[in-house]
Design a protein around this ligand. Structure first.
Ligand code: S3P
Length: 157
């Protein structure tokens, strides 16, 4: 998982004092983001949750009923509204920083998932901090994010 991806969002007009988690599906962005926010005493927001709340249906339902193009539009609208956020911890969807298609792992072969992962890595790598979450729990991931943020003087807590 990659965190504190301020460079990615700076161009997109996001405020630089947010901590934004980006990474592939299943990296632990939601669980770790929630924990991190609690540790920092900050608000936690999740782009997928915002989209589902606005639409009144789940992300899989949006994909099924309205299609991916519509989902990506909703994702873009959500990013627009996030420009108002300041000092929050924000968990994004796996495709948010990439702004290109091929979502959801359902019905994909392992080779296709690996290919999707590879194609997205350049976007994830643009984050200021990268945490390899392989084999470690959410608490440890959050501890590593926190110490990296402190080292970068990105947080005071
Ligand atoms: C997507 C990842 C999902 C969700 C949507 C598309 C993607 O979020 O935004 O299903 O394109 O990688 P998670 O990364 O939280 O699973």
């Amino acid at each position: 998982m990659t965190a504190g991806a301020r460079a990615i969002w700076y161009d997109a007009g996001m405020r630089r004092d947010n901590v934004i988690l980006v990474g592939f599906m299943g990296a632990g962005k939601s669980v770790c983001g929630r924990l991190l926010a609690r540790r920092l005493g900050r608000c936690f927001v999740e782009t997928d949750e915002m989209i589902a709340a606005v639409e009144g249906r789940s992300i899989p339902e949006i994909f099924r009923d309205a299609g991916e193009t519509r989902f990506r539009q909703l994702e873009a609208d959500t990013l627009e509204s996030l420009k108002l956020k300041s000092g929050d911890v924000i968990a994004t969807g796996g495709g948010t920083p990439c702004r290109e298609g091929r979502p959801m792992l359902d019905g994909r072969t392992l080779a296709e998932i690996e290919e999707l992962y590879r194609s997205r890595q350049p976007y994830y790598r643009r984050a200021h901090i990268t945490i390899d979450t392989t084999g470690i729990g959410a608490d440890q991931v959050v501890a590593r994010i926190l110490s990296a943020l402190r080292e970068a003087h990105a947080v005071r807590a």
